[in-house]
Design a binder for this molecule. Structure first.
Ligand code: FAD
Length: 407
């Protein structure tokens, strides 16, 4: 491997894990990270939380300071897009017209915000939220008393709503489905978050499509599919993401709503691995193909991919987990709450802001959502991975500490 070059395409969360891990696993050759954005990798979660709220600067959300990469001999080529992969000759063609040779390649191209093609979408004041520059633009538009309309009641939409409301804006969330977070969580959690947002003064409108935007150069109104107009000084669209798979697809790699990888993060080309939001993998816990959009997946797959590039075999078999911060609520989730036949609630879901929901299938816990309850989250992981079965009345009884329950 000495004298060989590994190129990492994409300079996001996965790249910031993969490049140092590659060194730790013993890669002796050149490591070059090529990224389209202007900055070294930064954490994206704060973009809809502390960074948007002004509590953290860009430097404070860098995943690692530049000097740490330098120490490891990790090079960056930023503001540069990889246009295509010539697999036959092991070369990358860059959008600036130059090309680079690789021996091993890692695709960590992540995902992008799904764009809406609606009348008026070009008006000033309408934003998506994926990059730190998007977040900086939104932050600059936050103004007390102004009206913000957020399209999409997913995690990004709701987290943004919480920050803007805390900044004393008038906030409306428009959701197409019959409940917020419909794609990612159970009705019980949607109900809880609707209650929290309503208590804080956010207006949530479900079953509502958007037909377009109106204004004179700048957005003034969001027009609902039913003709209703929502006054808006600022619009944020959180309509999901699309994986960046075009580069891999054009190079003939197997893709299916994600770059298909095996448990070692290998693509259909032996010289190319992939990790993070752009991948589709078979998950043994849930016995199906999954494309995860989370820090956990990007970090864990990157460690596996780095080992694979160094000729080692460390399978990716981590339980998915995720978190979200909204107002004073910290949600921690582990597992996937799909396909459950029973929900056991520990704590009071209807009042206050502290409880946990355990999702079971055939008596076995498959997912846990913990609201301001770290012990339930931590021990929930154990229940899932070790398939520990606990009597449901005991699980629901808050007088019995979780630790005692499991031991
Ligand atoms: P990305 O971080 O998207 O990085 C991919 C990089 O590749 C990008 O910089 C892109 O520009 C670059 N790229 C793509 N194509 C090319 C090309 N052809 N040439 C060069 N460069 C290219 N996850 C959680 O677990 N918890 C959270 O609370 C949470 N909150 C979030 C809040 C926001 C606002 C956002 C946007 C995301 C959040 N996420 C959260 C998701 C998490 O940030 C992603 O899952 C993670 O960033 C995925 O890492 P990645 O490296 O796969 O992709």
């Amino acid at each position: 491997m000495k004298g060989k070059t590994c190129i990492i395409v994409g300079a996001g969360h996965a790249a910031a894990q993969l490049a140092p891990a590659l060194r730790q696993e013993g890669w002796p050759g050149r490591i070059l990270v090529i990224g389209e954005e202007e900055f070294i990798p930064y954490h994206r979660p704060p973009l809809s939380k502390a960074f948007l709220a002004g509590a953290k600067t860009l430097e404070e959300i860098y995943m690692r300071p530049a000097r740490i990469y330098e120490k490891d001999g990790i090079e960056f080529l930023l503001k540069t897009r990889v246009a295509s992969i010539d697999r036959g000759n092991r070369r990358l063609l860059l959008a600036n017209g130059t090309s680079l040779a690789y021996d091993q390649l890692a695709l960590v191209t992540g995902s992008r915000a799904r764009r809406l093609d609606l009348p008026g979408i070009e008006l000033a004041g309408i934003h998506y939220l994926r990059t730190c520059q998007d977040a900086a633009r939104i932050k600059a538009s936050v103004q007390r008393g102004n009206r913000a309309v957020i399209i999409g009641g997913g995690y990004i939409g709701l987290e943004t709503a919480a920050v803007l409301k805390t900044s004393d804006m008038d906030v409306t969330v428009i959701e197409m489905q019959e409940r917020v977070l419909a794609r990612v969580t159970a009705p019980e959690m949607s109900e809880f978050f609707t209650r929290v947002h309503t208590e804080e003064g956010v207006r949530i409108v479900c079953n509502a499509g958007v037909a377009g935007f109106a204004g004179n150069g700048r957005v003034e109104r969001v027009i609902g599919a039913d003709g209703q107009a929502y006054a808006a000084d600022l619009v944020i669209i959180g309509a999901g993401i699309l994986p960046n798979i075009e580069l891999a697809a054009a190079a003939g790699l197997t893709v299916n709503n994600g770059i298909v990888v095996d448990e070692y993060c290998r693509t259909s080309d032996a010289d190319i691995v992939a990790a993070g939001d752009c991948t589709l993998h078979y998950n043994k816990f849930y016995d199906r193909w999954l494309r995860l959009e989370s820090v956990q997946n990007a970090a864990d797959q990157s460690r596996t991919a780095a080992a694979t590039l160094c000729g080692k075999h460390i399978p990716y078999d981590t339980l998915p987990w995720f978190w979200s911060d909204q107002f004073d609520v910290k949600l921690q989730m582990t597992g996937l709450s799909q396909g459950y036949d029973e929900v056991i609630t520990r704590g009071d879901r209807q009042h206050g802001r502290s409880f946990a929901a355990f999702y079971r299938r055939n008596g076995v816990v498959i997912a846990v959502d913990a609201i301001n309850r770290p012990p339930e989250f931590m021990l929930g992981k154990k229940l899932i991975t070790e398939k520990i079965i606990i009597d449901k009345n005991k699980l629901a009884d808050t007088n019995i500490p979780m630790k005692t329950l499991i031991s």
